[in-house]
Design a binder for this molecule. Structure first.
Ligand code: ATP
Length: 455
């Protein structure tokens, strides 16, 4: 049974070193979190799985890692400077500030219930920067609020470096920053977060086909790779489309507290983005309405070698929140298991590829050199596999060690004891079943490899 409430996972994250409150010792900072020893491993695993699906398993998508600090003009022409805002309302009674479209009832204050609420005003979500020694505090740059735009402006760079025929894509994983009105839901809505976004450039005649294709690919990834049951996921088309979008929807997960909510967006953005950042836009027949661009130095167009046509491709975008993907994986894996006799254990039944620690090696005593040496040898052998973090436990309290590794989701523990010195066997203890088995120590590497590579 997955977590009954997000609070179970929040407590585990703090207790076991997955996620801490950002700036905690100074009272925290709204919407900022720090990832601890096990959180960083899990985020890395999710990034790798996404990168593997997007780049290493295909011929048609290239990677990119663009700068997080960006020229202001990029966001002028993308339309963000003018319209990347949320409707902010303020309660005149208690002073609470809220995002109107996320209120339980837009006529009543979420905090005190008063109906005396201001009219909404557009609240800019981008974080402005003042960069350079000659600049006196004026905003001349922004922390990017998404990865996508930094991909569009590199369209020609990537295409020139690695020629592709349409359709082809560019994928990026990285930090994005939004001055959210009300960060909430732990890492669900933060002010600094990580996105894994892919922009797929298609011939305008094929946009609908590829929108459906990516919708299916991404739902499959959530189900088959991340392991989320199909009945906990749904695709929800947007009721109101953004002015540039031809079609859009969200993959949503059924969260234990609030129900279905967005974890990834899939959008058909037409020729809006490449068109917006292109010079001499009049040379192209754009379907999307774009702002006249007087600053761009380049045409972000594509030449079809067969037809000789030069045009602006359409974009199908997949936009996943990496922090939300990790949160969902933890919620699903979390279990408070009843062991009978009033005993329980908390266990994270993560797929082994997601587990922050792949195996723990536990010498039962620390004062017998042969046991310590063999433990170190097993650790070295496992580390040589390059499968991720292998932990050597220093304390012989076996019960505590097993409990800790259950809670951080380590699929298998390897215990070395006195019997090992007599018959060369060690104990493998499996997280999910708690079963223990004695195995010859020279079989360990193969056994662990089998466990961690299982899908
Ligand atoms: P929302 O409607 O929740 O504000 P959005 O539709 O603006 O999100 P996108 O711009 O499509 O989100 O971003 C793609 C993905 O990035 C989202 O599906 C989500 O997983 C993630 N994401 C967006 N904003 C945040 C945030 N503030 N904190 C954490 N993840 C976020």
């Amino acid at each position: 049974m997955p977590a009954k409430t997000i609070n179970d996972v929040i407590a585990l994250c703090k207790r076991r070193g997955f996620i801490f409150t950002g700036s905690e010792i100074y009272g925290g900072l709204g919407g900022a979190y720090d990832y601890g020893p096990y959180g960083v491993e899990m985020m890395k695993n999710i990034r790798n799985a996404w990168w593997n699906a997007m780049i290493y398993s295909r011929n048609d998508i290239e990677g990119l890692d663009a700068s997080l600090i960006t020229n202001r003009l990029m966001w002028k022409y993308s339309g963000h400077e003018g319209s990347f805002s949320d409707p902010l309302v303020e309660c005149k009674k208690c002073g609470a500030r809220m995002r109107q479209d996320k209120m339980k009832d837009p006529t009543k204050c979420d905090n005190c219930g008063s109906t005396d609420i201001t009219e909404p005003r557009a609240y800019q979500l981008m974080m402005g920067l003042s960069i350079g020694a000659t600049n006196d505090g004026e905003i001349n740059a922004y922390l990017r609020p998404e990865t996508a735009t930094t991909t569009y402006v590199n369209f020609k760079n990537v295409l020139d470096a690695k020629p592709h025929k349409l359709p082809f894509g560019i994928a990026q994983i990285g930090k994005s920053f939004r001055n959210e009105i009300s960060p909430r839901g732990f890492v669900f809505r933060m002010r600094e977060f990580e996105q894994a976004e892919m922009q797929y450039f298609v011939n305008p005649s094929e946009d609908e086909k590829y929108f459906e294709y990516w919708k299916k690919q991404r739902i499959d990834w959530w189900e088959k790779v991340l392991g989320i049951p199909a009945n906990k996921l749904r695709f929800q088309p947007h009721e109101k489309l953004a002015h540039y979008a031809k079609a859009a929807g969200d993959i949503e997960y059924d969260f234990p507290d609030g129900g279905f909510d967005e974890v990834e967006g899939i959008h058909n953005r037409q020729d809006f983005d490449l068109g917006s950042h292109t010079k001499s836009q009049n040379e192209f027949k754009l379907s999307a309405k774009v702002m006249e661009n007087k600053d761009s130095t380049i045409k972000l167009s594509y030449s079809d070698a067969q037809t000789g046509e030069n045009f602006i491709p359409y974009v199908i975008e997949t936009a996943m929140g990496v922090n939300r993907a990790m949160l969902v994986a933890m919620l699903e894996a979390y279990e408070d298991e009843d062991l009978g006799d009033g005993k329980t254990r908390t266990v994270l039944k993560l797929k082994p590829w997601l587990s922050p620690v792949k195996a723990a090696v536990i010498p039962l005593v620390r004062n017998v050199p042969e046991i310590v040496d063999l433990s170190n040898k097993i650790v070295d052998d496992l580390r040589r596999l390059g499968i991720g973090k292998i932990e050597l436990e220093n304390s012989g309290n076996i019960g505590k060690n097993y409990r800790r590794h259950d809670e951080i989701g380590t699929p298998v523990c390897i215990t070395i004891d006195h019997q090992t010195l007599e018959d060369g066997t060690v104990t493998l203890r499996y997280r999910d079943t708690m079963e223990q088995e004695r195995v010859k120590s020279d079989e360990i590497v193969k056994r662990v490899l089998d466990i961690v590579t299982q899908k």
